[in-house]
Each structure stands twice: as structure tokens, then as C-alpha cells.
Design a protein. Structure first.
Length: 110
């Protein structure tokens, strides 16, 4: 993925294009560079992305650069993980709870 910041519009286009393609689960990691829990869980999220390569899509949105995404999805704490499939928001996790993230991936992706 490129370093171009996501916007609400580009995220919406990705979600809709994915809906028309493979219907894979999209996991959006909303973070900030100054957030300690975000920094701690980031390597684990990268490992999840590699583990489920091809089965899910993991995107990252720095809320400092993507404030429209944070506002649109009411991101109020960090990190926040949003789960999309079939063009719709399925679920939202606030906090760095890796076990819960795993359970949501297993629930929605397979």
C-alpha cells in the first residue's frame, strides 16, 4: 500500500470496489503516531495482515491526516479498528485488544 493518506472518499471507493470484487473483509486500523497503545499493537496488526494475506485487507488511517474518516466513523479513542464487508461497516473495536480483533476476523472473514 502506498503512503498516500486515506480519505473518507478513497476509503468508500475501496470498500465499494472490494464489494464488487472478492468480498474480502477489510480491517481499518485508526491510529495516531503519538498513541502508545497504537505503537504497541502495530507490529501485531502487521503480522495479522501477513498471516491472512489474500484473505483480508488491512488498511491504516492516521487520524491526524484522515480526520474525515475519524469524524465519519466517530473514532473517539485509539486505536480503533473498523471491520467492513460487502460494502458495509460490520463492527468497531476501541482499544488494543488483540484477542478481540482475532475473534472478529474469524467471525467475519471466514
Amino acid at each position: 500500500m502506498s503512503n498516500v493518506p486515506l480519505t473518507f472518499l478513497s476509503l468508500e471507493q475501496l470498500i465499494l470496489s472490494e464489494k464488487n470484487a472478492t468480498n474480502r473483509l477489510i480491517v481499518l486500523d485508526c491510529y495516531a503516531d503519538w498513541c502508545g497503545p497504537c505503537k504497541r499493537i502495530a507490529p501485531e496488526i502487521d503480522r495479522l495482515s501477513a498471516k491472512y494475506n489474500g484473505q483480508i485487507i488491512v488498511l491504516k488511517a492516521d487520524i491526524e491526516e484522515c480526520d474525515d474518516i475519524a469524524e465519519s466513523f466517530r473514532v473517539q479513542s485509539l486505536p480503533t479498528f473498523l471491520f467492513f464487508r460487502h460494502g458495509s461497516l460490520l463492527d468497531k473495536i476501541e482499544g488494543a485488544n488483540l484477542d478481540l480483533i482475532h475473534s472478529k476476523i474469524n467471525l467475519y472473514a471466514f
